[in-house]
Design a protein. Structure first.
Length: 566
């Protein structure tokens, strides 16, 4: 078990080490290897929670009150503040601990289903490392489709892929581990006939809810389905489970209520939630689910269908997962599939942790098949061949993750945006942090804008596909602003309408057009180094600059410094 944890954590750390060690002298590795937009958003939260309990959204220019709270990034932010550790080190520490925590709880949960060590280990590896048939799409990319990756979401969706989450989405893998811990406590509580385990599970669920409120749907939905399955099978309500679920619900409802009120009553956050549909990341259709989850999903589906068929034909038929824990896993597999298609913008998140029942069912079905063949007197009865099918199965389910790992090195080896920022970019951002007023709005490209709230106290005009209100319109405004064909009157209109204070101009902005800010009479260059400049808008804003601004250096500044990249 320990070697598996060390091995997986070492492999998933390798891209970060590569990114940091190969950074050119004039560039800084930002400590991220995938999905920079969302991780830059988390870094903005991390920064905000270092000094506040509730924070506003600085990834959009619209004023909004500090009403947002996320326990995970509050804890990490405070850890960074009080220890003085760099964000990259805090992030890597959390990523490693989250991966180790998930694997440990995963093994405990698997042990509830399999008494022998071999099946436990196989199920652990399958649930931790398995991926889908995305490798087929990769082969097509380099052969028939001429460099185009068909259905990229069938390759890159992280939810349901433990390895990808341990490498690049530690908050997902931590959440999956907490879901597992809740279920483990509930099952153990029934075995020991002690409701105190339900109290522990409820506290863990509340801890989870303050980080990922939507995961409470899984925490509540799976046990409720299991209760229904027990009722159908036994014609008797499992009272202990009913009491346990009530306790969990009573202890974990506050964060769910907060999330609902935040996104339904506050008009600003309603707009943010509505934009989640803009990403176009939804649960794949059932045919594409087979591509995303691959062989383990097929094996799990066949296993549970045969299980249900045999159970319906004759009582006492062999089960791939004997006992109540096995029934729980079966119920989790079925309801997990249904939850993945709930009509919400965040439905794809319901896939998180579903890889666990898939891996357990697939392993149970595989070993049940091998047991049947041994009884039939096949050559599998020889001890030498008993482990071979499991090893072959594991080799068949990892290729897509091998590609995802290898592609991180290819991507990072370009040493380009968004994984790297030029030292001039960081110097300009450092100037903004030291010289701009908190909440000043900065106009830039999306490439730089996503880092502005993460590395300064300023607001970004354009930063994130969901957190920037009216993202598509603002993206078009940015393109329009930096286009040489745009009139100065139109640029001034954009500046005035959104009370923009600074214009950031570097390489990514030049890529949007050949506009030269030096020719705009309403802009004054206040910082310049290399190919990056920052311009101050010298127009009276809609707020009249709040009756006059403080002189530079008169306002209190944060002790955080940007002398190095993340």
């Amino acid at each position: 078990m320990g070697l598996v944890v060390i091995g997986i954590l070492s492999v998933t750390t390798a891209p970060y080490l590569f990114g940091a060690l190969t950074a050119p002298p004039n560039k800084h590795f930002m400590g991220l290897v995938l999905n920079v937009p969302d991780h830059a958003q988390y870094l903005a939260w991390y920064r905000g929670f270092q000094t506040a309990f509730f924070i506003p959204n600085r990834l959009t220019p619209e004023p909004n009150p500090p009403v947002y709270f996320n326990l995970l990034w509050w804890v990490l932010g405070r850890l960074g503040r009080y220890t003085g550790l760099h964000y990259a080190l805090v992030y890597q520490t959390f990523r490693s601990l989250a991966g180790a925590f998930f694997l440990a709880v995963l093994y405990l949960f698997i042990a509830l289903n399999f008494p022998d060590v071999l099946r436990r280990r196989v199920a652990l590896v399958v649930a931790a490392l398995a991926s889908g048939f995305g490798w087929v799409l990769v082969v097509l990319k380099y052969t028939l489709t001429r460099g185009e990756l068909l259905y990229p979401l069938d390759v890159y969706i992280a939810e349901g892929n433990s390895f990808l989450c341990m490498m690049a989405y530690p908050h997902f893998i931590e959440a999956a581990g907490l879901i597992l811990l809740v279920f483990w406590l509930l099952i153990v509580g029934e075995r020991r006939r002690q409701l105190r385990y339900a109290i522990y599970a409820g506290l863990v669920a509340q801890f989870l809810g303050w980080q990922h409120g939507y995961d409470l749907i899984i925490v509540w939905g799976v046990p409720a389905t299991y209760i229904g399955a027990r009722l159908l099978r036994d014609r008797q309500l499992p009272i202990h489970w009913v009491k346990s679920l009530v306790i969990v619900g009573l202890l974990s409802w506050p964060p769910a209520l907060y999330a609902v009120l935040l996104t339904s009553l506050h008009p600003f956050w309603r707009k943010v939630l509505a934009q989640f549909a803009s990403a176009g990341v939804f649960t794949p259709s059932p045919p594409h689910m087979f591509i995303l989850l691959g062989l383990p999903f097929i094996a799990a589906l066949v296993t549970i269908l045969l299980w249900l068929w045999n159970t319906g034909r004759r009582a006492g038929s062999p089960s791939p997962l004997p006992g109540e824990a096995g029934l729980f896993v079966g119920a989790w597999f079925l309801v997990g599939w249904a939850l993945a298609y709930i009509p919400t913008n965040f439905q794809v998140h319901m896939l998180n942790s579903w890889q666990v029942p898939i891996g357990i069912l697939a392993t149970g079905g595989l070993f049940q098949l091998l047991k049947a063949r041994r009884r039939a007197g096949r050559f599998w009865s020889r001890r030498y061949f008993q482990n071979l099918p499991a090893a072959i199965f594991i080799l068949l389910v990892v290729p897509t993750n091998l590609y995802l790992l290898a592609w991180r090195f290819v991507d990072l080896n370009r040493h380009d945006y968004p994984y790297y920022l030029h030292e001039d970019d960081l110097a300009a951002l450092n100037w903004l942090q030291k010289s701009a007023q908190p909440d000043d709005i900065v106009l830039s490209s999306l490439t730089i804008g996503q880092y502005i709230p993460a590395l300064t106290d300023s607001r970004a005009f354009l930063a994130h596909w969901a957190q920037t209100v009216d993202f598509l319109q603002k993206r078009e405004m940015v393109n329009l602003y930096f286009s040489a064909a745009t009139s100065e009157d139109k640029r001034i209109e954009i500046i005035r309408e959104h009370d923009i204070r600074y214009v950031f101009y570097g390489g990514p902005e030049r890529a949007l057009g050949v506009y030269d800010p030096d020719g705009s009479p309403y802009l004054g260059k206040v910082f310049s180094t290399g190919k990056v400049s920052v311009y101050e808008v010298r127009l009276e804003s809609s707020k009249a600059r709040e009756c006059g601004r403080l002189n530079q250096g008169d306002h209190p500044r944060s002790p955080r410094d940007l002398s190095t990249g993340v």
